[in-house]
Design a protein around this ligand. Structure first.
Ligand code: DQA
Length: 145
């Protein structure tokens, strides 16, 4: 763990990437995305700490931990908690670690209930709609911070 570490936090159902609604989310698994990010992070002189949980409180705890550990940034795909979780919004506001919101799909182009993003209200940036590449774009943005 160092100030070059980027936390990459993934919320509910993202453990099923690759199997889950592939017509929306594609065929890459979360491990595939982690591998891709690690390769690029190495080139950028960064380290990745990639995690996934189906539980909202774990994501809150990890955001606090990222700050306590002096992480460079947090990339977070909160899954459906994007659209429901004031706790994640408050966590993003409670810490100084920059937060970048990531989505594989573009929630704004989907059902109306996905159009609100609480975490987006505190995120430095939102990257959405580029499939697994969204994570890479967000990593490049983190590297610039
Ligand atoms: C998602 C979009 C959310 O609306 C959805 O609930 C997800 C995945 C995405 O990466 O496209 O679980 O965050």
């Amino acid at each position: 763990m160092s100030s070059n570490t980027v936390y990459v936090l993934n919320g509910p159902n993202l453990n099923l990437l690759g199997l889950r609604e592939p017509e929306i989310y594609g065929s890459a698994t979360l491990d595939d995305i982690a591998g891709m990010l690690e390769d690029r992070a190495r080139e950028l002189g960064l380290e990745i700490d990639m995690r996934q949980s189906n539980h909202e409180g774990h994501l809150v705890d990890w955001m606090h931990e990222a700050q306590a550990e002096g992480a460079k940034a947090i990339l977070i795909n909160p899954g459906a908690y994007t659209h429901t979780s004031i706790a994640l919004l408050d966590a993003a506001r409670a810490i100084r670690t920059p937060v970048i919101e990531v989505h594989l799909s573009d929630p704004m182009q989907r059902e109306a209930f996905r159009h609100i993003s609480y975490i987006g209200m505190a995120a430095r940036q939102t990257v959405a709609g580029h499939g697994p590449h969204s994570y890479l774009i967000a990593l490049e943005a983190a590297a610039q911070l």
